[in-house]
Write a protein that binds this ligand. Sequence first.
Ligand SMILES: NC(=O)c1ccc[n+]([C@@H]2O[C@H](COP(=O)([O-])OP(=O)(O)OC[C@H]3O[C@@H](n4cnc5c(N)ncnc54)[C@H](O)[C@@H]3O)[C@@H](O)[C@H]2O)c1
Ligand SMILES: [Fe+2]
Length: 398
Amino acid sequence: MLMRRDNVRVCIPRFLQIGKGSLSELPNIISSIGNIKSPLIVTDKQMVALGYIDKIKTILSSTNLVISVFDETLPDPTDTVVLKGVELVHKNNSDCVIGFGGGSPIDTAKAISAMAKFSKNIQDYKPPGTFDKQGLPIIAIPTTAGTGSEVTHHAVIIDSRNKEKISCRGEGFVPQAAIVDYELTMSKPRRLTIDNAMDTLTHAIEAYVSKKATPFSDRMALDTIRLVTNNIYKVDKDPKDIKAREELMLAATLGGLAFTNASICLVHAMSRPLGSNFKIPHGLSNAMLLPTITEFSILSAQNKYAECSRVGSFSLKDDNDEIACKKLIDGLYKMNKDFDVPSIKTFGTNQKEFERELENMAKDAEISGAPNLNPRVPSVEEMIILYRKAWEPLGESC
Ligand SMILES: NC(=O)c1ccc[n+]([C@@H]2O[C@H](COP(=O)([O-])OP(=O)(O)OC[C@H]3O[C@@H](n4cnc5c(N)ncnc54)[C@H](O)[C@@H]3O)[C@@H](O)[C@H]2O)c1
Ligand SMILES: [Fe+2]
């Protein structure tokens, strides 16, 4: 049953600078936020090595800002890394954080923003509570075209004590401004490009079928699905296809707006424990699970999945719901084959450890609350069966 929400509160960044070359608008964005003297750029070593941080310093050289850089963020950030960044904020009297990179540096910046002013214990930000206070101003500059973190009210951080991947949420994690410049994604290698696009596709499908979907999130979710499926094969054929890169970047931001105003569901709930336990990159673990979980859920929201299928050109416009759903499942398995997405097994996961962690992973997924928003709500036992199925999926549709 869909829970109808008659009206919804939407919280989005005050400024979105979007398009080619928009990074050069950073000085204007900073002055629009006002009263910023000493920003901290939160990024990773790869961004430094690719020359992006030097480029930002050059762009900001005409200002009087005192810039410092924290480049120690890692994929799938932990609270330990966040606290190192908080130390630097206090040492340098930073008054703003600029998250530059993929979802990991942006989420790290969000958590630094909160923990520099409020609790330093990540468990205090754990759902179902929300963090709605105002930390340091956050500017998000994505370089991956995947997570949509630049517009979302989420910050995904691992508690290093128990490996729990916590999707902290609340209005305090919404950036004040975001710069969405697809030129920053041109340096991405193939695997990252595909995994990010699959993350975006998963956000959109999950937002659309979520029990918290709204007419507002639906529009963006459907557009996101169309943009991803129109462009993912193009960019795989020609990584320099500027138009395809631009549309995938737009999809990531729209997908972020879609799921942050609806929700993610079972795929993300089960994907996060795979990331924290087996270091499977976020987009990749979503892609591994998406066909299997769609197959499990599809009969509980056949008309919605059928619409995803038609909009994403998995099926024809006049295919009936049943046929459209079958083609969606076949199409998702085919995408994984076409884009060399490994199974959990072929990724190199240790089977004994996988079996040992299964129950904990399923329980972690349940605690996140997201499975309850899935069209079909699984038990812990069913999630264990789904993990085992995704270990080495047969690729059969129901
Ligand atoms: N906050 C949210 O709303 C939200 C939503 C979805 C996912 N996430 C989180 O985001 C994280 C994943 O982020 P991600 O997939 O963007 O990747 P990431 O930030 O973890 O980066 C992955 C790798 O890609 C490299 N990279 C980034 N941009 C590049 C570029 N332009 N060229 C070359 N290399 C580049 C990085 O240096 C890094 O080595 C996970 O922790 C996930 O849980 C957050
Ligand atoms: Fe995601």
